[in-house]
Ligand binder design. Structure first.
Ligand code: ADP
Ligand code: MG
Length: 710
C-alpha cells in the first residue's frame, strides 16, 4: 500500500522524542497503569504526556484530558482502548498530529474478516493524517537503548533494564515479553524489542530497517509467523547482510505442510516453511527453531562477531557429561577438534599421558586437584589451540563450580591478553549447586545456558552462519531454452504431456507411444526398442503402480500386447468407475538410483524446486533439498550433493559412482521450466528420475504436472 510515508521515515519513527499514554493511570491492574509506571521508572528522556480526563497529574507528571490537549504534537502514542473505541482514538491522535500509534488492542485481522475490515479502516484513518500504526494486537515496544518502555508487561517491573546489542522484532507480544524476561534473567540485554502484532501498517521490515541503521544494534533477532511482503523481506535481509548485521529468525509453522499433498509427493515434502528457509538461505537470514537458543547465539555473535566456528573442544567436569556432549555433537555431524601437538603437550602437564590431548577433556581426570585447580590452564590451552574454533564446557555438579568459573574467567583473561579469543559456551548442568556460579557468569556477561540442547543448537546454527552467502542471480545453463515458445496446456498433465514439456527443456525422457488397446500396443512396441514397460493412462488414477497399472520388463511386442489386455481387464475389475483412456508403451530404462525432482508454486516465494532421494520413497526417507527456482548448474549440483543419497551416488564401498552431473543438469533444467512457467506453474513431480553410472546419464521415466489456466 502506498501510504505516502516512505519506508525509511517509518523506521525513523522508532526513536520518538515525545510519547503519550492514552488511559494512563496509577492503577497497576490496568494496562495504562503498568505502561505508564514502566515508562516513568525506566527514565525516558523525552516528553511524557499521560492522557487521562479524570486526573491533573499522574506520578507527578502533568496529565491531559485528551491527546489534542497536549501542548505539542506527540511522536508516539500507545493505546489499549476497547476495540470499538480504537478507530475514534486513532482519528483523534491523527488530528492532533501524532506520528505513530501503537495499538495494543486485539481482535482485528487476528479474529476474522470483520476485524480485518475494521483494521483496514483504522490504517486508512491513520495514514490520512500521515500517522503510522504499530500493531494492532501487539504488546508495544521495549527500547533500552532509548530508555523507552511502552509495554505493560510486568517483566519491566525491575530496577533497571540491561542494555545490549541485540535487537528483537517479534510478531507475538507474549513471546517478546518472555524472550526479554528470560534473557534478562541470564544477564542479556537488548537495544530494542519491538512487538509488531498484525502488521496492519508498519511491517516486520520497517522495524528491521530501523535496527539495521541503529548503531547500538549488532545482531537482529526475530520471531516470525507470517510475512506481509516476501520480496521486501529478502531485500531487507540483503541490506542487513551488507551492513554486517547478522539476522536470526525463528519462524512458527514449520510443520504444517501443504494440503495439496494429494497431487504430488513434492508438496508433502516441501511445504511453506521449506520455501521460507530456502529464501532465508538466499539472502543470509539464519533460521533457528528455538527462541532461547536464538538469543544465546545472538549473545555469542555479539561477543565474537568475527567467529565462524567449525570444530568444537569439549571441556567437562565429568567423563559422562563429556561423552553425552560428544555424542550429541557427533549425531549432528559437528566435528570435535583434534588438538595440535603443542596443545597436547601443555595438557600433559595437567593430565596423565593416556588422556592428555584427547577431546573431550575431562578435568576430573587431572593428575592433581580437579577442575578448580586445572580449570584456568585447561581453558587457556584450548583457547590457544589453533585447531579449536569453539569451546563447549559441560559443567556438572562438582565440588565448587563457582570457583571453577572464576578459574575459567582467569584463564580466558590470560589467553585473551595474548590475543587468543574464541567463543566459549558454558552449559551449567547443576541445580541449585550452580546458582553462585550462574550469578558470576551473568555478571561477567559469559555465554552460558542451563540447557545442553540450546548450546548444541547454537553451535549447529553458528556453523551454518559461515555458509550464508548472498545468492547471485542464477544463470540459465547451456542449452536451456530462452523461454516457453509453444502454447502451454493447462490443468493436470499426464505422463506424456508432462514429458513433452520436460523434453522441451532438454531433460532426458524415455521413448514411448500411446496405445488404445492390445493391437495398437503391439505395433507401438515394434517401433520401439525393448525391453518394454506398459502403463495405464487414466485421469482417475494418480499412482499407477498402486493399482497394477505398471508392468515392467516385457521382452517382446507380443508380451506387451498381452500385458495391455490383462491390465485392461484387471483395472476394470478393481476400479470399475475409472475411465481408462489407453496405455503407454515405453522403453524400459535402467538406473542405479531413483530421485524425485519436483516443484510447487509457493504463494509467498514463487516456484520452488525440490530434489529428493527415493522416488516413491521420498516421503519416507525425507532426504530432500529445496531452493527457489530457477537454480544455476552449480546450485543444482550442491543441492544433490547435500542429500544423504549423494554419499551412495558418489560410489559407496566400491559401488560405481553415479552420474550426479547429469542429474544436476536435469534439476537445473527443470528449475528453469518452473521459473519460465511462472504463475502458470502449480506442481510438478518427476518421479522417478533414474540415474545411471557416471557417463550413462539419467532419464525421467514418470512425470505429473499441474498447471493453472492461462
Ligand atoms: P506411478 O508412480 O504412477 O506408480 P511410474 O510410472 O513411476 O508409476 O512406475 C512405477 C515404478 O516403475 C517407477 O518408480 C520405476 O521404478 C519403474 N518404472 C516405470 N517406468 C519405467 C521405465 N520406463 N524404465 C524403468 N523403470 C520404470
Ligand atoms: Mg512414479
Amino acid at each position: 500500500m502506498d501510504t505516502g510515508v516512505s519506508r525509511r521515515s517509518a523506521a525513523g519513527l522508532l526513536s520518538p522524542r515525545s510519547v503519550a499514554v492514552i488511559g494512563a493511570s496509577e492503577d497497576l491492574t490496568k494496562f495504562g497503569g503498568r505502561t505508564f509506571k514502566s515508562l516513568v521508572d525506566h527514565g525516558y528522556k523525552g516528553s511524557i504526556y499521560p492522557i487521562n480526563p479524570k486526573r491533573d497529574s499522574l506520578r507527578g507528571i502533568k496529565a491531559y484530558p485528551s491527546i489534542g490537549a497536549a501542548p505539542a504534537p506527540v511522536d508516539m502514542v500507545v493505546m489499549a482502548v476497547p476495540r470499538d473505541a480504537v478507530k475514534a482514538a486513532v482519528q483523534e491522535c491523527g488530528e492532533a498530529g501524532a506520528k505513530a500509534a501503537i495499538v495494543i488492542t486485539a481482535k482485528f485481522s487476528d479474529a476474522g474478516p470483520e476485524g480485518a475490515a475494521l483494521e483496514r479502516e483504522i490504517v486508512e484513518v491513520a495514514n490520512a493524517h500521515s500517522m503510522r500504526i504499530i500493531g494492532p494486537n501487539c504488546l508495544g515496544i521495549i527500547s533500552p537503548a532509548n530508555d523507552l518502555v511502552l509495554c505493560a508487561s510486568p517483566a519491566l517491573f525491575v530496577d533497571s533494564m540491561p542494555k545490549g546489542e541485540i535487537g528483537l522484532v517479534s510478531q507475538s507480544g507474549a513471546l517478546m515479553a518472555t524472550i526479554f524476561d528470560r534473557a534478562m534473567a541470564r544477564g542479556i540485554g537488548f537495544s530494542h524489542c519491538f512487538s509488531i502484532g498484525n502488521q496492519a501498517d508498519m511491517d516486520l521490515c520497517d522495524f528491521v530497517d530501523y535496527l539495521i541503521d541503529d548503531d547500538r544494534t549488532k545482531v537482529i533477532c526475530s520471531y516470525i509467523e507470517g510475512l506481509k511482503d516476501p520480496a521486501r523481506f529478502m531485500e531487507t535481509a540483503r541490506r542487513a547482510h551488507a551492513a554486517g548485521k547478522p539476522w536470526l529468525a525463528v519462524k512458527a509453522g514449520r510443520t504444517s505442510h501443504g494440503a495439496a499433498a494429494a497431487f504430488s509427493h513434492t508438496a508433502s515434502v516441501a511445504g511453506s516453511y521449506e520455501a521460507f528457509s530456502a529464501a532465508c538461505r538466499e539472502c543470509g537470514v539464519l533460521t533457528m527453531d528455538d527462541t532461547d537458543a536464538m538469543i544465546l547465539l545472538a549473545q555469542g555473535i555479539g561477543k565474537f562477531p568475527q567467529a565462524r566456528p567449525d570444530t568444537v573442544a569439549i571441556v567437562t567436569t565429568s567423563g559422562g557429561g563429556g561423552a553425552i556432549t560428544a555424542d550429541r555433537l557427533t549425531d549432528l555431524g559437528i566435528p570435535l577438534a583434534r588438538f595440535e601437538p603443542e596443545t597436547a603437550e601443555s595438557l600433559r602437564r595437567l593430565y596423565p599421558d593416556n588422556v592428555a590431548g584427547t577431546n573431550p577433556i575431562d578435568m576430573g581426570s587431572a593428575k592433581e586437584g580437579g577442575s578448580m585447580v586445572v580449570g584456568s590452564d585447561t581453558l587457556g590451552a584450548v583457547l590457544r589451540d589453533p585447531s579449536t574454533d569453539i569451546i563447549l564446557s559441560a559443567i556438572t555438579t562438582a565440588p565448587d563450580v563457582r570457583l571453577l568459573c572464576e578459574k575459567y574467567i582467569e584463564g580466558t583473561r590470560a589467553a585473551e591478553a595474548d590475543g587468543h579469543t574464541k567463543p566459549h559456551i558454558i552449559v551449567m548442568q547443576p541445580g541449585h549447586a550452580g546458582d553462585a556460579a550462574r550469578d558470576l557468569l551473568r555478571r561477567e556477561g559469559a555465554v552460558y545456558t542451563d540447557s545442553l540442547d540450546d548450546a548444541i543448537r547454537v553451535i549447529e546454527a553458528w556453523r551454518r552462519m559461515a555458509g550464508l552467502k548472498m545468492r547471485p542471480a542464477p544463470v540459465r545453463g547451456p542449452g536451456v531454452p530462452a523461454g516457453l515458445d509453444a502454447a502451454v496446456p493447462s490443468g493436470a498433465l499426464d505422463e506424456a504431456g508432462t514429458k513433452a514439456l520436460l523434453a522441451g527443456y532438454g531433460i532426458p525422457i524415455n521413448r514411448g507411444e500411446f496405445a488404445k488397446g492390445p493391437d495398437d500396443a503391439l505395433a507401438a512396441a515394434q517401433r520401439l526398442t525393448g525391453p518394454f514397460v506398459v502403463k495405464v493412462v487414466s485421469k482417475d488414477i494418480v499412482h499407477k503402480s498402486d493399482v497394477g497399472g505398471v508392468v515392467l520388463d516385457l521382452d517382446s511386442a507380443e508380451a506387451v500386447s498381452a500385458a495391455v489386455a490383462t491390465m485392461a481387464k484387471t483395472i476394470a475389475e478393481k476400479l470399475p468407475d475409472a475411465a481408462i483412456d489407453g496405455f503407454l508403451v515405453q522403453e524400459m530404462r535402467s538406473g542405479k538410483a531413483e530421485l524425485l525432482i519436483g516443484g510447487r508454486n509457493d504463494p509467498q516465494f514463487g516456484p520452488i524446486v525440490v530434489v529428493g532421494a527415493g522416488g516413491v520413497l521420498v516421503e519416507l526417507l525425507h532426504d530432500v533439498a529445496v531452493a527457489r527456482a530457477p537454480v544455476s548448474s552449480a546450485e543444482a549440483r550442491a543441492m544433490i550433493e547435500s542429500l544423504q543419497v549423494a554419499k551412495l551416488m558418489k560410489g559407496y564401498r566400491g559401488a560405481p559412482p553415479l552420474d550426479i552431473e547429469a542429474a544436476s543438469d536435469a534439476l537445473m533444467r527443470a528449475s528453469w521450466l518452473l521459473a519460465d512457467l511462472g504463475d502458470r506453474f502449480l506442481e510438478l513431480d518427476i518421479n522417478p528420475l533414474l540415474v545411471g553410472e557416471v557417463g550413462k546419464g539419467c532419464v525421467a521415466v514418470d512425470g505429473r504436472m499441474l498447471l493453472a489456466d492461462a
